[in-house]
Design a protein around this ligand. Structure first.
Ligand SMILES: Cc1cc2nc3c(=O)[nH]c(=O)nc-3n(C[C@H](O)[C@H](O)[C@H](O)COP(=O)(O)OP(=O)(O)OC[C@H]3O[C@@H](n4cnc5c(N)ncnc54)[C@H](O)[C@@H]3O)c2cc1C
Length: 415
């Protein structure tokens, strides 16, 4: 694989850009792989990448029914933060945030990580108390956050109206090293690195069945034929229930559509990410100038992967109170993705009833920020057959055992 560099760009500029090679190859599947990962979203690709990088396992196929990154990875609002409440979550999300800091260099692919800062507004006394509690928990977890005053909020975000008629801003939980990254680039960077290690990333290939014998998976049936495997990783987000069904077990997850929208591009006006969970909306400005706006999840289970008018109306109405200037913006696009929600709003990185089958799901509305950390922890689980320290609390058996990791405040509605 040719390295990307300033020198390479200059050289190609003189050769009319004819010397670039494919970022990743598109091979036909082999009959058998050591590891098959279902789902070429960020998490599946990151799992494959760390299997190769950390454990030297490269006879790996990542199988994707559409195009890579075309699921939630390419549909999210790209917020990265690690200010969760519970210790296992803070450890996992902070590991991920830290990996994001150097991911562009590691992958030799510009993922445009922008640690511009993320603030979560406190707009009720109850919310303020909650964030003060999180600030203290984060201090114990070595996650750097601090609660800032309304005037500091105003200084960081001049376009905000801190004297909202219903919900004035009482302060905010501020994570200075939180931010955003280019979501597609994260998938593309991992795919390129996997391909360079000799792994197969197989697009337009849906898994339609899982074969097993004596309590272990032997192969997956796909639209490109039967593919045998020694180990199977299921990393399909909103379709986890469907894959688990094929493998013969049930998961405590529900699939719902989550929506987002972007405005027309405007001049730079906000260089941090703002989340307003009480009014239920969040916003950042992309490098192109669009205001990227996230809203809520549907209140009913579905697999529709599309937006709807009532969510746009609700979200924009809520945000206009805090950001009056957006009332004059034209909205360009809206979309939806299918997210998989667990009851405690924490993910599952777990062994399954099938001995050589592992599952990574339940990231709900907030898994983009976890992409590298999730892949790191899942690779460890797949390679060793046992969870490492980052994943051990996230077993699917916790729901039966009552060991919930309650992140309903940190992750329930927003990201
Ligand atoms: C509108 C929206 C906004 C969001 N905003 C944020 C945010 O700001 N910050 C944040 O941290 N998170 C956010 N999220 C959540 C985040 O996008 C997801 O948690 C994360 O991207 C999940 O990644 P993944 O790789 O597990 O899933 P995906 O990217 O969905 O990948 C799963 C892949 O599996 C494939 N697949 C499914 N079934 C099969 C099959 N049978 N055979 C083969 N392949 C299959 C799918 O096609 C898909 O490509 C948001 C989500 C949405 C929808």
């Amino acid at each position: 694989m040719r390295r990307y560099s300033a020198f390479a760009i200059a050289r190609e500029a003189f050769r009319q850009h004819k010397g670039w090679s494919e970022a990743w190859s598109s091979p036909e599947p082999r009959d058998h792989y050591d590891v098959v990962i279902v789902g070429a979203g960020g998490h599946g690709l990151a799992t494959a990448y760390y299997l190769g990088k950390r454990f030297g396992i490269t006879n790996v196929a990542v199988i994707e029914k559409g195009w890579l990154g075309g699921g939630n990875t390419g549909r999210n609002t790209t917020i990265i933060r690690s200010n969760y409440l519970q210790d296992p979550s803070a450890a996992l999300y902070e590991k991920s945030r830290a990996l994001f800091e150097t991911l562009s260099q590691e992958l030799n692919y510009n993922i445009m990580f922008s640690p511009r800062g993320v603030m979560m507004l406190a707009q009720t006394e109850h919310e303020k108390r909650g964030y003060l509690r999180t600030e203290r928990a984060n201090a114990l977890q070595a996650v750097q956050t601090r609660f800032i005053s309304p005037s500091e909020v105003r200084r960081l975000v001049p376009i905000i109206n801190i004297h909202g008629p219903r919900y004035p801003v009482l302060g905010a939980l501020w994570q200075e090293r939180g931010g955003t990254a280019r979501h597609d680039a994260v998938a593309w960077g991992f795919a390129r690195a996997c391909s360079a290690m000799g792994m197969h990333v197989i697009e337009q290939c849906a898994v339609t069945g899982v074969e097993s014998a004596n309590g272990a998976v032997t192969a997956v049936n796909t639209t490109k034929g039967r593919i045998g495997c020694t180990k199977l990783g299921i990393v399909v987000a909103g379709h986890s229930g469907a894959l688990a069904d094929m493998a013969g077990f049930r998961l405590p997850v529900e699939s719902v559509a989550l929506q987002a929208l972007v405005s027309e591009p405007i001049k730079p006006c906000m260089d941090v990410v703002v989340m307003a969970n009480t009014v239920h909306g969040y916003m950042s400005q992309s490098d192109k100038g669009e205001m990227v706006i996230g809203g809520g999840a549907d209140q009913f289970n579905n697999y529709t992967q599309r937006g709807s008018w009532h969510h746009i109306e609700e979200t924009v109405r809520a945000l206009v109170e805090t950001f009056p200037m957006i009332s004059r913006l034209k909205m360009l696009r809206q979309w939806g993705g299918i997210v998989d929600m667990t009851g405690d709003r924490s993910p599952i990185i777990s062994k399954t009833p099938l001995g050589n089958c592992f599952i990574n799901c339940g990231w709900g509305t907030g898994g983009f920020k976890a992409t590298p950390g999730s892949g790191w922890a899942m690779a460890e689980l797949v390679a060793r057959g046992e969870p490492g320290p980052l994943a051990e609390a996230f077993s699917m058996t916790r729901f039966r055992e009552g060991r919930f990791i309650d992140e309903s405040v940190a992750a329930g509605v927003a990201h």
